[in-house]
Design a protein around this ligand. Structure first.
Ligand SMILES: Nc1ncnc2c1ncn2[C@@H]1O[C@H](COP(=O)(O)OP(=O)(O)OP(=O)(O)O)[C@@H](O)[C@H]1O
Length: 279
């Protein structure tokens, strides 16, 4: 059996009266592609935001690569009163920032493309690499020497070659066709050297041909970069084609877990997610 790279335990995120993510328990095995699907407002992006440290959970924990990267438990409020055997457990509360989590090996893309549109394709990747290295230097003012700069340039070129964008190296990011801008965004995430790549609606706004190319691309980078992939997506063909495992959310709750075939035939999914009789 594969190792579990990412795990959430009773993960909950509440905004006032809205429980956006309600007791989420997921396990993402190393080397697999796992999808998170559900209707609009089901809590998918909020789940990504809690996992990547944008929000601290209202309750529950996130473990990545066998360490807890985010944890909160209402019981921790009792720690001053609690003097029993498991005192340390009640004192445990871990909060990590998104840049620290990226440094640990988790990178993500966003629903809306976030590129430096006026900079070139190459500069976009180089900056992602720089930010990543700086985050590891813990606020140091240390500057890179010439050899390190050169290595970083070479690695950025190689990355652009691998993702098929090298011929656009010197073009402005904004001049790329939409599908390639998405690809560049993924390349920026890859520049941080992740083990786990989270993709938030990577096919949003793509036509069927671009979506098909994206499906191949995701499988290719998974192999080339030895990745585990966790993605949110509304394009069902893409999800069913490439996922090993699928979680389905509705109103924050997990209503189904399984492989594509199981999910397509799950009555709760058909009812809640699609609202029709067949997928
Ligand atoms: N920062 C916030 N403050 C208050 N409510 C929020 C916040 N972020 C999300 N929500 C609410 O949480 C619920 C889940 O939203 P979320 O964006 O996670 O859903 P989603 O499944 O990603 O939807 P979509 O598929 O439309 O992107 C919604 O009711 C949303 O209005």
């Amino acid at each position: 059996m594969s190792d579990i790279l990412l795990k959430t335990d009773h993960l909950t995120m509440q905004f006032g009266g809205v429980v956006a993510v309600d007791d989420l328990n997921i396990e993402i095995p190393t080397g697999k592609i796992v999808a998170l699907i559900g209707p609009n407002g089901a809590g998918k992006t909020t789940a990504f935001n809690v996992i990547t440290g944008v929000y601290s959970p209202t309750n529950g924990a996130v473990s990545f690569d066998k360490r807890i990267i985010g944890e909160n438990h209402p019981r921790s409020k009792m720690k001053k009163l609690y003097n029993g055997t498991y005192k340390t457990f009640f004192e445990k509360q871990v909060i990590n920032t998104p840049d620290k989590i990226t440094y640990l090996g988790m990178a993500r893309t966003f629903q809306n493309i976030r590129l430096f549109k006026e900079l070139t394709v190459f500069e976009n990747v180089l900056i992602a690499k720089h930010c990543h290295i700086k985050a590891g230097m813990l606020r140091s003012t240390f500057k890179l020497n010439k050899t390190e700069e050169r290595t970083m340039h070479e690695e950025s070129e190689k990355l652009l070659e691998t993702v098929g964008l090298i011929e656009h190296r010197n073009e402005k990011a904004s001049s790329l066709p939409y599908g390639k801008q998405r690809r560049l965004e993924i390349a920026r995430a890859l520049a941080t050297g992740p083990k786990l790549l989270l993709l938030d609606e990577p096919a949003a706004g793509m036509n069927p041909k671009e979506t098909e190319e994206l499906a191949l691309f995701i499988q290719e980078i998974k192999q080339s970069f030895d990745l585990t992939i966790f993605l949110i997506e509304h394009h069902m063909n893409l999800v069913m084609d490439i996922s090993d495992k699928i979680y389905v959310l509705d109103y924050g709750k997990t209503i189904a877990v399984g492989n594509p075939k199981e999910i397509q035939n799950d009555p709760a999914v058909i009812r809640a997610y699609l609202g029709v009789e067949e997928v």
